[in-house]
Design a protein around this ligand. Structure first.
Ligand SMILES: [Zn+2]
Length: 98
């Protein structure tokens, strides 16, 4: 494959992103890099399949709350019921859409 801007052959190199092995085409002249559409789709699926973040506990009246990442707005909306399971031994929370 040739760089669309420089018209020189791009170099292929393996790379690991988000735990996936992908192939990157890189122009030795301008540094432009490309990945295949298949690899882009695999990376997008990986990104959407797991959300992990550190959140801050806030006060909500007499209760406490944790805001959820904006990406979850595709799944949950204000007023939806959520089932919370708190495992005291593991100190872990699990949420499920009720
Ligand atoms: Zn180039």
């Amino acid at each position: 494959m040739k760089c669309g801007k420089c018209r020189v052959n791009m170099r292929e190199r393996p790379e690991e992103r988000m735990g996936l092995k992908i192939t990157v085409q890189e122009c030795p002249r301008c540094g432009k890099s490309l990945i295949s559409m298949d690899d882009a789709i695999r990376l997008q699926q990986r990104a959407l399949s797991r959300i992990e973040d550190v959140r801050t506990v806030v006060s909500v009246g007499n209760s406490i709350g944790i805001t959820l990442p904006a990406a979850l707005k595709k799944i949950l909306k204000k007023g939806d019921k959520v089932h919370l399971i708190w495992d005291m031994d593991a100190m872990e929370a699990k949420l499920a859409k009720a």
